[in-house]
Every structure is written in structure tokens, then in C-alpha cells.
Ligand binder design. Structure first.
Ligand SMILES: Nc1ncnc2c1ncn2[C@@H]1O[C@H](COP(=O)(O)OP(=O)(O)OP(=O)(O)O)[C@@H](O)[C@H]1O
Ligand SMILES: [Mg+2]
Length: 247
């Protein structure tokens, strides 16, 4: 296994948001996580990347075992070098160009020279078909373009895993497809990905495994066909019939 979570728990005051999650991810696997609002999907990703500290749980990434409730600073930095996250609202630096947004992490995180960083960043921009926008600032780009730069920024560091938190949900409908296309390409290149999404058609098309998450727990998981066409649990059936979308 590339990544293994055991008994991940997180409580905010008396709100038990994550109730002991177990999850194992294989190298190259694409996992789609679906589930109702407030069920803890974002909290789970934030705990995996140590943007939030868990109450309990262990994470094993590339054979390295980390106590999620008490990670050392070194473990946090090590994890972040091996993982990248793509956020709903892109989180680009407003005062930096597309190229600078991508090359920054290579210069400061991986000690690359400016020249080498820019070469790698240009290649990453090309992979999302935005090389011609390299000198544009975020305000000069559409939401879809900004998010594709977010994807280029996440993947240029060559992470073991990319975590996506509803990467298309802030976009106008006509921009969603371009972002999903870049994510699909990434999956086809063998990138291990965990994608929280409401895009059921994408989950069916690209994910190796779909996980239905509700009330801080994994309720069921399987292939898209299993989960979408033959949901075993009433909670999953209720969710799928409520989203009123073709999938
Ligand atoms: N920093 C925080 N402090 C207190 N409560 C929080 C915090 N972050 C999340 N929560 C609570 O944890 C629960 C799960 O939130 P989370 O954002 O993980 O849900 P989600 O599944 O990502 O929902 P959505 O689909 O709407 O994005 C919610 O009840 C939320 O209010
Ligand atoms: Mg969320």
C-alpha cells in the first residue's frame, strides 16, 4: 500500500466529525469520495495533509508510520513533500504570475535553481494547455484556468498522492469540463489521487474506487458500478436519489 490510514478520529468540541476512518490506497489508484455536505470529507483531507491535527489515528505513507495525533514537525514537512492538495478556491498567490505560482514551491521547497524551476513549471503548464498564459496573473484568468494552474502547481512537485477537495465546485458549469479533462489526463499518467467530488460522471469515468462517506464514516465502497448501480446501504441509496443527476 502507498497510503494507509487507521482509526482516524477528529472531534470539534462535541462534534464527532471523523469516527475512526480506515483507508488503504494503492499506488496509481484513483479514489472518488462522495457524500453529503458536512459529513467530514474536507476534514479528512485536511487531516491527511496535517492542515488539521487528528485526535487519533495512524498514517503509513511509503512505509513511514506517523501518529496523526502527534506528528513531529519533520513528519509534517516530509508528508507535505510527498502529497499535494488542490483546493476548491484555487488558493493561488494573487500577486504572482501563473509561472511563478508553479515554480515557487520548486525553488523554496525543493531548492531548485530559478532556471530549472521555470523549465519544470513551463512543462507543467503545457500539460494543462496553458503555457501561453504563463505571464498572466490570477485575476486575468478564468476560474477554470486558475484551477488548472492549481493542478499544475500540485503536480509539478511530483507528489506520491494528490488530494482534491471539490476542485470544480466553484466553477461555472461550462468551465468544469476542462478541469475534469486535466484531472483525467493526470489519472491516465498513473498519478495516485483522492478526489472529493460531486461530479458523479467523472467518478464513474475515472475512479478505480468510489467511497460513499456519511456522518464521519465510510458507509460503503466499491467500483463505480457497485456503488452507483447496486448501492447496498439505505443511506447511499437515499443520497444518490437526492442528488438528482445522471451518473
Ligand atoms: N475548523 C473547524 N472548527 C469547528 N468545526 C469544524 C471545523 N471544520 C469543520 N468543522 C465541522 O465538521 C463537520 C464536517 O465538515 P467538513 O467541511 O469536513 O464537511 P464536508 O463533508 O467537506 O462538507 P461539504 O460537502 O459541504 O464540503 C461540519 O459539521 C463542520 O461544521
Ligand atoms: Mg468539503
Amino acid at each position: 500500500m502507498l497510503l494507509e490510514l487507521k482509526n482516524l478520529k477528529k472531534t470539534f468540541k462535541d462534534n464527532h466529525v471523523l469516527k475512526g476512518i480506515d483507508l488503504a490506497v494503492k499506488e496509481g489508484e484513483v479514489i472518488a469520495i462522495i457524500g453529503p455536505s458536512g459529513s467530514g470529507k474536507t476534514t479528512m483531507l485536511r487531516n491527511i495533509n496535517f492542515l488539521e491535527t487528528a485526535d487519533a489515528g495512524t498514517m503509513t505513507l511509503r512505509q513511514k508510520r506517523i501518529d496523526m495525533a502527534a506528528p513531529t514537525q519533520e513528519q509534517v514537512l516530509w508528508t507535505r513533500r510527498h502529497m499535494a492538495m488542490v483546493f476548491q478556491n484555487y488558493n493561488l498567490f494573487k500577486n504572482k504570475t501563473a509561472l511563478e505560482n508553479i515554480s515557487e514551491g520548486l525553488i523554496f521547497g525543493q531548492n531548485k535553481s530559478k532556471e530549472e524551476a521555470e523549465t519544470l513549471a513551463s512543462r507543467a503548464l503545457d500539460q494543462v494547455d496553458l503555457l501561453d498564459k504563463k505571464d498572466f496573473y490570477p485575476s486575468q484568468l478564468s476560474g477554470g484556468q486558475q484551477q488548472r494552474i492549481g493542478i499544475a502547481r500540485a503536480t509539478v512537485l511530483n507528489p506520491d498522492i494528490v488530494l482534491f477537495d471539490e476542485p470544480t465546485s466553484a466553477l461555472d458549469p461550462e468551465l468544469v469540463g476542462t478541469v475534469l479533462r486535466d484531472m483525467k489526463r493526470l489519472a491516465e499518467r498513473g498519478q495516485t489521487m483522492i478526489v472529493v467530488t460531486h461530479q458523479m460522471a467523472f467518478a464513474r469515468d475515472v475512479a478505480d474506487r468510489v467511497i460513499f462517506f456519511a456522518d464521519g464514516e465510510i458507509i460503503e465502497q466499491g467500483s463505480a458500478d457497485d456503488v452507483f448501480d447496486h448501492p447496498q446501504h439505505e443511506r447511499t441509496q437515499r443520497f444518490l436519489s437526492a442528488i438528482a443527476e445522471d451518473y
